[in-house]
Design a protein around this ligand. Structure first.
Ligand code: SAM
Length: 368
């Protein structure tokens, strides 16, 4: 069955993907307001709220595991919802009350629980696919890696320490969890595609290679909006085996540390470079540079990493990289430029995306 074209409403909950300047202004306003609320908190409240974040994570996972977002489609008494979900009513009500404080559900004056916009995005059949992020981030392999984070083991790999193998090796031994990870990545990939379409120029006949492109959902979304373009999704064999089917998309399996497909005019590395330490990241970029046609652009998309941290998703992504990888991190423009130079490339432009990430455009140092 052909996949439907994801709309901004499906993917991020707005009718139109905003231009980067507007989304940046909105993100700054939100950061300022939440920062103000945080600064108003008495220190003990700030400390307890910080520690209780782990409970927020668990409540979200527990409600999704019980299928609550899928069952909560209209106002309902918590006890009736508990009956439908076949769970303990008192226990469920406690979780729902915690969820209501976060805006994941809401209580009305009659004591009924109601769905919110967030509830809808958490449903299994929601076209944005964000529920997979809960399934992935709630996994024991993730929470055990996060629990290994420590200020004194910064150079090691918490995921490997907790699970016995580095992230992608472990995933290869746990295909079900790997598929869940792929699905989580696909949700972000749809968002990145829509953000890239608004922010950058895409020639009608683009030939695009998405390196570490997962199951190809970024490419699928891009190509559905650029009818003359073609693309290749390049990833590890097990992932490519799960890739989307589309007449203008080729799926190619391989190892980006050995070589990447040659001859494309645009290469994408979306949330790939941040998985790796500098030496590995430089190898991926050098292999991409070697494969790229003369004049090709290489787009590295990763989270924001400003001098003054302000964005919780960006700092969260960076700490998640610290937990899940052995050296991966978000990089600022200077670090990205240095990495490009070490791979024989130069950073020619950085464009803020509506997703809050940056698209860094790299080109060959000496155009061929
Ligand atoms: C964080 S995910 C990003 C996926 C996708 N670009 C996105 O943003 O949704 C990193 C991807 O790199 C792939 N990957 C890891 N090691 C690889 C390798 N040696 N060669 C090719 N792909 C690899 C993983 O399978 C995964 O799909």
């Amino acid at each position: 069955m052909a996949e439907s074209i994801p709309t901004p409403a499906d993917v991020v909950g707005v009718a139109v993907m905003p231009p980067p300047r507007r989304s940046t202004a909105a993100a700054r306003l939100r950061a300022a307001l939440t920062g103000l609320a945080d600064r108003m908190a008495p220190p003990p409240v700030a400390i307890l709220e910080g520690l209780f974040g782990v409970l927020d994570h668990r409540v979200l996972v527990a409600l999704c595991d019980a299928g609550i977002p899928d069952l909560l489609v209209a106002p309902i008494r918590p006890a009736d919802l508990a009956q439908r979900a076949a769970v303990d009513p008192q226990h469920l009500e406690r979780l729902l009350r915690a969820a209501a404080v976060k805006g994941w559900v809401r209580f009305d004056r009659r004591g009924r629980v109601r769905p919110t916009r967030v509830t809808a995005f958490l449903r299994r059949d929601h076209p944005g696919g964000w529920r997979a992020w809960v399934d992935f981030a709630g996994g024991a392999e993730v929470t055990s890696a996060v629990a290994m984070l420590s200020a004194t083991t910064a150079a090691t790999d918490p995921f490997a320490a907790a699970n016995g193998a580095p992230f992608f090796e472990w995933m290869a031994r746990h295909p079900g969890r790997w598929a869940t990870f792929d699905d989580a990545m696909a949700a972000g990939a749809r968002m990145h595609a829509l953000a890239l379409l608004v922010a950058l120029d895409w020639p009608a006949d683009s030939a695009i290679c998405d390196i570490g492109g997962g199951t190809g959902h970024l490419l699928l979304t891009l190509l559905q909006h650029i009818p003359g373009a073609t693309g290749t999704v390049f990833d590890l064999p097990d992932v490519v085996a799960r890739a989307v089917h589309h007449e203008r998309i080729t799926a190619q399996a391989g190892d980006m540390f050995s070589a990447v497909p040659a001859g494309f005019d645009t290469y994408l590395l979306v949330n790939v470079i941040h998985d790796w330490g500098d030496d590995d990241a430089a190898t991926i970029l050098a292999n991409t540079a070697a494969a790229a046609t003369a004049g090709a652009r290489i787009l590295v998309v990763d989270a924001d990493h400003p001098r003054r941290p302000r964005d919780r998703i960006a700092t969260g992504a960076d700490v998640l990289m610290a937990a899940l990888t052995g050296g991966g991190r978000e990089r600022d423009h200077r670090a990205l430029a240095a990495l490009a130079t070490s791979a024989g490339l130069r950073l020619v432009a950085s464009t803020r995306l509506a997703s809050g990430d940056w698209a860094h455009e790299l080109r060959a140092s000496r155009p061929g």
